[in-house]
Design a protein around this ligand. Structure first.
Ligand SMILES: *Cc1c(COP(=O)(O)O)cnc(C)c1O
Length: 332
């Protein structure tokens, strides 16, 4: 039964769909799939997502040692970190059995000086844009020399995100990898794709890092469900509008008013999406009729990419917005 103790929309997450989507990425890319659970599992809870995907994912990606510590309560799968917060952080990541991402020279120096350096695995990324924790190609020779001497095993990565620059960026990444190999570094992995480039079917390296694509989009089922209580049924008399200033609904048009809006994490669409005519702060207007007590605003056959397009935002924003609302709901 749908609980009517309060009027908040019911947000759900389908673990089986998450697992199916992960499997679909494995089948499509034919490389290892690491599930990105940063930002508290895209808002839905790192532990929740990790539990759903443990055993299915080839590994995980977390922001930092704090995320890694939470992951380790659930999974001992390979886990890479995204940030370098200094040498003590890098050591903490190693202690937790994770793969630290090395950006700062001090972190590199501290790990390279360890007695067990030759048994360590670290990551080094090529920075293609500001805002990522990675190094410039000009620094690659110096890092490669230290890594080779210490005998560390290294995963090299970058973040291809933009189809228009991907070609040049892939070539740049190829040169980056060559610098490490030429200096004798034991390069054990190359990963450079998140959801969007992996979906467009480029070269795949040895692993991909999938975050938003676990939840849906790209022709996959939507793992997130949103059910909203129907609070009104209206028929236009020829003057009714869908929302503020929106076009008048022709006479005889049936609409439902449902209790879910952008303050509940549902995106405010700026063009029509399926039966959604307009999304207000708390209420949404749906074209047509429905006999039920609630209306499914989002369900397995929804397309997160199409919804993001209609809302003029990234699917990531939809997922994290609903994730926050999901946390709020489960915290109640
Ligand atoms: C967030 C992130 C990802 C996952 O991106 P999606 O578009 O959600 O698949 C992959 N790699 C890095 C470096 C990231 O920061």
């Amino acid at each position: 039964m749908y609980p009517f103790f309060h009027s908040l929309p019911e947000i759900s997450l389908d673990d089986a769909i998450l697992r199916e989507n992960l499997q679909a990425w494995k089948t499509r890319t034919r490389v290892h799939v690491r599930a990105v659970v940063k930002a508290n599992g895209y808002g839905f809870g790192l532990a929740r997502i990790a539990r759903a995907l443990d055993g299915a994912a080839d590994g995980f990606v977390v922001s930092d040692a704090s995320g890694l510590q939470r992951l380790r309560a659930i999974s001992h799968a390979p886990a890479a970190t995204l940030l370098d917060l200094g040498p003590e952080h890098a050591v903490r990541v190693i202690t937790l059995g994770g793969i630290p991402n090395i950006v700062h020279r001090e972190s590199l120096a501290v790990l390279a000086a360890r007695a067990d350096a030759s048994s360590l695995i670290v990551r080094v990324g090529l920075r293609l844009a500001a805002g990522w924790s990675a190094i410039d190609i000009a620094d690659a020779p110096a890092y490669a020399t230290v890594l080779a001497k210490a005998g560390m095993r290294v995963e090299l990565w970058t973040h291809l995100t933009n189809a228009t620059t991907d070609r040049a960026d892939r070539e740049r990444f190829g040169r980056f990898v060559a610098i490490f190999r030429e200096r004798g570094v034991d390069v054990i992995g190359e990963d450079f794709e998140s959801t969007a480039p992996a979906a467009s079917g480029h070269a795949h390296g040895t692993a991909v890092r999938i975050g938003v694509g676990l939840f849906g989009g790209d022709g996959l089922a939507c793992a997130i469900g949103v059910k909203a209580r129907i609070i009104d049924r209206l028929r236009s008399d020829g003057t009714l509008r869908a929302s503020y200033g929106a076009a008048v609904l022709p006479e005889g048009t049936d609409v439902l008013v449902v209790r879910c809006g952008y303050s509940d994490g549902f995106p405010r669409v700026t063009r029509p999406y399926r039966r959604v005519l307009s999304v207000g702060m708390q209420n949404t207007v749906i074209r047509g009729t429905d006999d039920g007590a609630s209306f499914a605003l989002l369900r397995a056959d929804d397309d997160l990419d199409a919804l993001a397009l209609a809302a003029g935002i990234l699917p990531h924003q939809i997922v994290t917005g609903l994730g926050l609302a999901f946390q709020r709901q489960t915290a109640d």
